[in-house]
Design a protein around this ligand. Structure first.
Ligand code: AMP
Length: 405
């Protein structure tokens, strides 16, 4: 699915209403702790400014109540950081009209915007209409721009007003993708639609229920499906194996059996862990036991074991294409991080051997970062939920409303 991008449109003298994801972490004093998401949006922002466009930026931050301004969720600290990052192009800084994204001050700021200048509007989620996908709110937002750009991949699976209603309201004016969105879709699209074989998917994480649709979609498409993390224990229990006190979703045992049946009738190999690093509890103080297939009572599986890690890493090293969503153990707590780290390093080796490696966002992106190899992947997604949707084979509602190339 090739999307039209912001590079494809003439922006000179036009107001580009760009949905960005400036949902950054703030410390208790309201200082931005990590500006990664702001920097990630810069290529498209700079592209518009350097071509004489006028930029109106809209974003959410956190989960305010939706009943009006709350200082703790204000985008004011983001405006300050963005002004610093753009100081070379924009010495006068970013205009931040304050308190509300659709009040008179906001309209005055976007209405009088000059070429090459930037307005950042206040948090969209101060209005309940944003998450409710309210069409009247969407039309009010649409009034701030002459064309629309979605540069917020991480929220593209949500039918929120700024993601779906705004582009609908702005048509037939151009509604295009920013570089962040275009890149995400290109990498994941390439991996899923034109994989170089062997094609390997790795799934992990806490819950099998979150990943069932993705698993069903991947069966028959991938050559090997590696399953680790707590979700593996639901499969093991479904197969009648001992799981001790590991995290299991008992209401998903039938689903796990159905997945196993689907795999049996397909060309996909399902690989479950054959050994486990177990603790008495999830704590770095816990005694540790390496268990073979059966996990004894009183122990919980918290990471894939050494034999499983060896098997997973050798499959990954041989792969032509790897997609990964979900850590293989409770990687935030040592020593249960080892399996996930080693598989991350194997992905890096696979990339360097010419493979395509695509890592889902959220926890998997953090795990790869912790392992120190995120720069050695073909692509690390900025959106957990949105990239999982793509693995499910679903379309993203926020992309449906954009123009095709
Ligand atoms: P998810 O959001 O479903 O991808 O789950 C990610 C979370 O799963 C991380 O916080 C991991 O610590 C957790 N996790 C992965 N494997 C295990 C496990 N064996 N036991 C408990 N938690 C796990």
């Amino acid at each position: 699915m090739a999307l039209k991008t912001i590079e494809d449109v003439d922006v000179r003298g036009r107001r580009v209403l760009m949905r960005v994801d400036f949902n950054v972490p703030l410390d208790p004093d309201g200082v931005v702790i990590d500006d990664f998401r702001i920097r990630a949006a810069l290529p498209s922002i700079r592209s518009v400014l350097s071509r004489g466009g006028r930029l109106v930026l809209i974003s959410h931050l956190g989960r305010p109540k939706g009943t009006g301004y709350e200082q703790a969720f204000s985008l004011a600290p983001v405006a300050a950081v963005l002004s610093e990052l753009l100081a070379d192009l924009l010495p006068e800084g970013v205009v931040f009209p304050g308190n509300d994204c659709i009040d008179e001050a906001a309209s005055a700021a976007t209405g009088s915007l000059e070429d090459g200048r930037v307005v950042l509007l206040e948090n969209l989620r101060f209005h309940a209409g944003e998450t409710a996908g309210d069409t009247v709110f969407a039309e009010q937002l649409a009034g701030h721009g002459d064309l629309y750009c979605n540069n917020a991949f991480g929220t593209s699976h949500r039918p929120h007003a700024s993601m779906y209603g705004v582009p609908l309201a702005m048509k037939p004016n151009p509604c295009v993708a920013g570089s962040l969105v275009a890149e995400e879709v290109a990498f994941m699209g390439d991996a899923l639609e034109h994989p170089t074989r062997p094609f390997v998917a790795i799934t992990g994480g806490a819950k099998v229920s979150d990943k069932l649709t993705a698993l069903r979609n991947l069966i028959g498409k991938v050559d090997t499906l590696l399953v680790g993390g707590a979700m593996a224990y639901t499969f093991m229990k479904a197969l009648g194996q001992g799981v001790g006190s590991s995290l299991v979703e008992d209401d998903r045992l039938d689903d796990a059996r159905e997945i196993i049946r689907l795999v049996d009738g397909s060309a996909t190999d399902l690989v479950l862990p054959v050994d486990h690093v177990c603790g008495r509890e999830l704590s770095d103080q816990s005694p540790v036991l390496v268990a073979d297939q059966e996990i004894p009572d009183g122990w919980m599986g918290l990471d894939i074991g050494p034999a499983s890690t060896a098997r997973f890493t050798s499959v990954v090293r041989e792969a032509g294409t790897v997609v990964w969503n979900g850590p293989l153990g409770a990687f935030e707590t040592r020593p249960f991080d080892v399996g996930t780290r080693q598989v991350a390093v194997a992905l890096a080796a696979s990339t360097e051997a010419g493979g395509l490696t695509v890592v889902g966002g959220g926890d998997t992106a953090s795990a790869v970062e912790l392992a120190g190899v995120s720069g050695r992947m073909s692509h690390v997604s900025t959106g957990g939920g949105a990239s999982l949707k793509l693995l499910e084979g679903a379309s993203l509602v926020g992309l449906e409303a954009l123009d095709r190339a």
